[in-house]
Ligand binder design. Structure first.
Ligand code: SF4
Length: 338
């Protein structure tokens, strides 16, 4: 069995629907859409094992589970937002460095929820601050399977009605057309995760190419959403000094502006020992540079250690990227470099 089909849409190889999901109109809608598209759908018990035909990490990426999210406290999501908003868990992409490896390991299928309306209503419990920000991509890329659920449309429309709440998410995927005509009231911020064509080719299999991401970013910006770019992971490979400025120029050319209201988040490559072990066990062929001796070991704000580039390389990366951004997009704002 191959992995999922990536093309104009992301089509699961097979879907499993917990029977209690069908108590919700959204659950029935997801089932009907999948069946209509010819995806094999199996209804399964509300609890218990899922009869996947394969347990291999790469194969599991092609499977979709439709379930009912149980109520529980939203997890904190610093520094990106105040809380995680669990609309989707998992992602069909095959990025070698993905942060989801350490979270889900072999269980790499994607779970979508039939009770998004309830999940959104639970945000009412979180009013601690004047403006509370919810992150929709803490445990997923929420775009690739959205065509089956429409949960982003629901969330964006919901947050447009909220005075003290904001929604944000980041994506590498380009299927954003259904979001373009929503009255978002600028309460949702959509960032695009981009990288150089070399890094995309080598490390981000199963995701759209740079041109598709930039075109989607342009359309989202024209639709009036606050938007920005996340460049991560920044890899100091042999051609990085030419590649990253070229990437910034390509962004500037596509969005055709001085960078007004555009933000950048810059994250240099880092890994934990646990992540390295997981990456190599899932993908022994990985070409990610993870030689501990070439790195600096640093304790982060969450108390665990990471292997980051040594200070001289980090400084150089920061300088080259921020200068390229200032030159190409003088009005853009670099939020941080880590
Ligand atoms: Fe992970 Fe994002 Fe790549 Fe999906 S697109 S595999 S969430 S890094």
């Amino acid at each position: 069995m191959g992995t999922l089909v990536l093309g104009e849409d992301v089509k699961p190889k097979a879907a499993y629907i917990r029977k209690n999901s069908l108590d919700y109109s959204q659950g029935r809608m997801i089932r009907d859409r999948l069946v209509k598209a010819g995806v094999p759908v199996t209804e399964i018990a509300p609890r218990g094992p899922i009869p996947f035909p394969s347990r291999k990490w790469q194969e599991m990426k092609g499977f979709l589970l439709v379930a009912v999210r149980q109520r529980g406290p939203f997890q904190s999501c610093r520094p990106s937002a105040d809380y995680q908003l669990p609309l989707v868990s998992g992602c069909p992409g095959l990025c070698e460095y993905c942060y989801l490896h350490t979270r889900f390991g072999q269980r790499s299928y994607t779970t979508v929820y039939a009770n998004v309306e309830e999940i959104l209503s639970w945000t009412g419990d979180y009013n601690a601050k004047e403006t509370t920000v919810f992150e929709g991509s803490a445990t997923s890329d929420p775009v690739p399977f959205n065509e089956w659920t429409s949960s982003l449309e629901q969330a964006i429309t919901f947050f447009a009605r909220q005075d003290g709440k904001r929604f944000r998410f980041v994506t590498k995927f380009h299927e954003v057309d259904p979001l373009l005509y929503l009255d978002n009231k600028q309460h949702t911020e959509i960032r695009f995760s981009v990288n150089t064509p070399v890094v995309i080719r080598q490390c981000e299999r199963g995701t759209p190419n740079l041109a598709k991401r930039l075109e989607a970013a342009r359309r989202i910006r024209e639709a009036g959403y606050p938007s920005g770019f996340l460049i991560a992971p920044i890899l100091a490979n042999p051609t990085w000094k030419e590649d990253y400025p070229k990437l910034v120029k390509a962004i500037a050319k596509t969005i055709d502006s001085q960078g007004d209201n555009i933000t950048f988040e810059l994250i240099s490559h880092r890994y934990t020992t646990r992540a390295k072990e997981m990456i190599l066990s899932l993908n022994p062929e990985s070409t990610l540079p993870m030689v501990d001796e070439e790195r600096q070991f640093k304790y982060g704000q969450f108390g665990y250690g990471k292997y980051v580039y040594p200070p001289t390389i980090r400084e150089e990366l920061k300088e080259v990227l921020t200068e390229a951004i200032q030159r190409a997009l003088p009005k853009a704002k670099v939020l941080y470099f880590v």
